[in-house]
Design a protein around this ligand. Structure first.
Ligand code: SF4
Length: 470
């Protein structure tokens, strides 16, 4: 029997990359590759990169430096280690990666994962291979489905890509350049993938896309299907108990999608809805295509549809031209919405985006100081939301063993991690948990008797939201 080849994939960035990393592993499985948790004993290391964060390319080069030393050690021991760079930095940098880091054998963009076996052959034959094309064919048609064993090893909650790319062209963002124009997968293929996940024991599916609520895939009647319609179809599948979707653009929160939060029991009351800034001037400069009032109106409509809706968001501070008044509007928006959490970053320019050449770049010290204030406001909002959960009983999906014996970690409907003393046999089950205490990042709870079970779809009163004036 031939020895299996070992594959180590390191994912940077968002859930889309985690999903892509799984699909790369699935594509290589028929070639005899099995995943390993360490780069040290790998035959192939793939760095699946992200271009969103500051100095993304520099971080990738320093990571390549670390793997290069492993490659040298492997060669000294008579073993071959292939290094591949994938993802958005690969797409943006292309051949430049091999020029700057000759230890890299293979560079390929997000649209080329299905050609990975062929690219590996090419790298072995020719020494190097680079593929950063945007092909017209659908890569999902060519990607190998995951084995049941692979799905089971990844847990009871899974991502399914339904849409890729973005047509919005926010002036700070590289995604439209690295991931290309919006493409939606056909409904039938998505549902088939979800059914397969359900058969393997997955209970929660998060539909993902760079601009997921712009989804408009082909339905069985040949007509475009919206995300709301897709969610309705997915909710009808047995085995899947929870649905989520991310990441959404405020402009694409249409009435049907908001109504889905009211009507679909399986759709969780949690939404990541990036706003980036609370100032109309800055939103216009970012080309976000909505105002502060539009955003707040969407929040209100969501909370009319689903009063216990937990909202998270993304913020950028120090966008070119942002004044103290603009920033004050952002802080005020955080107070008004009562977010259950948010990611926040200092603006850092991305070469090739309009923001990079804007006048009035904000001083780094000013950005740092504003970020601190913003993060304090977000933390306070998150803590208030979490405090509002103490004493409540709600459904938790048990995902994996906790840090201590006899403990499980699960997710609340609002996506908070919840630590509970419960037997391992409950992994994959959904059970009623009463929240008893908090730490900075987690909730702690106890299994509740079924009679205490709060209907997960009940219009629960969330004290933190009331306190936030929502
Ligand atoms: S909508 Fe999101 S992915 Fe698209 S350009 Fe704006 S920030 Fe980037």
């Amino acid at each position: 029997m031939t020895k299996p080849l070992k594959l180590f994939v390191k994912s940077f960035g968002c859930q889309m990359n985690v999903y892509d990393s799984h699909r790369m592993a699935d594509t290589l499985a028929p070639r005899g590759y099995v995943e390993t948790n360490t780069a040290e004993d790998a035959d192939l290391v793939i760095l699946n990169t992200c271009h969103i964060r500051e100095k993304a390319a520099e971080k990738v080069y320093s990571e390549i430096g670390r793997v290069r030393r492993l490659k040298e050690a492997a060669a000294a021991a008579g073993r071959r280690l292939t290094i591949a760079v994938a993802g958005c930095v690969a797409q943006a940098e292309g051949e430049e990666i091999i020029r700057r880091a000759p230890a890299v054998d293979l560079v390929f963009g997000p649209q080329s994962y299905h050609r990975l076996p062929e690219l590996l052959d090419r790298a072995e034959r020719d020494g190097k291979a680079v593929d950063t094309e945007f092909p017209l064919d659908d890569k999902f048609d060519h990607l190998a489905p995951p084995s049941m064993q692979a799905v089971r090893s990844r847990g009871v909650s899974a991502f399914v890509t339904v849409q890729e790319g973005c047509d919005k062209f926010c002036t700070f963002c590289v995604v439209p350049y690295t991931r290309g124009a919006e493409v939606s997968r056909p409904v039938a293929k998505i549902l088939a993938e979800i059914e397969r996940l359900a058969d393997a024991g997955v209970r929660e599916v998060t539909l993902i896309g760079q601009n997921v609520n712009a989804y408009h895939g082909e339905g069985s009647d040949g007509r475009a299907c919206s995300l709301a319609q897709l969610l309705e179809r997915a909710a009808a599948l047995s085995g899947i108990e929870r649905l989520r979707y991310t990441t959404s653009h405020p402009c694409d929160m249409d009435d049907d999608l908001i109504a889905a939060h009211r009507d679909l029991k399986k759709l969780m009351p949690q939404l990541h809805l990036p706003v980036q800034s609370g100032s109309d001037r800055v939103l216009a400069a970012m080309n976000r295509r909505h105002t502060r009032a539009d955003y707040l109106d969407t929040v209100e409509r969501l909370r009319v549809a689903r009063p216990d809706m937990a909202l998270t968001s993304d913020f950028i501070v120090g966008f070119p031209g942002e004044t103290e008044d603009d920033f004050a509007s952002t802080l005020a928006l955080v107070g008004k919405v009562g977010f259950s959490g948010a990611f926040s970053f200092k603006y850092s320019l991305r070469p090739g985006t309009p923001g990079a050449t804007m006048a009035d770049q904000v001083d780094e010290d000013v950005k740092s100081e504003r970020l601190q204030r913003l993060q304090a406001a977000i933390d306070a909002s998150q803590q208030a939301f979490n405090r509002g959960c103490v004493g409540r009983t709600f459904d938790v999906l048990f995902e994996k063993p906790g840090r201590y014996d006899g403990q499980l970690v699960g997710r609340s409907p609002y996506l908070q991690p919840v630590q509970v003393r419960a037997p391992a046999s409950l992994i994959g089950d959904i059970g009623a948990v009463t929240i008893t205490e908090l730490s900075s990042n987690s909730l702690f709870g106890t299994l509740a008797p079924e009679s205490a079970h709060e209907n997960a779809h009940a219009r629960a009163h969330v004290p933190a939201l009331a306190a936030a004036g929502v």
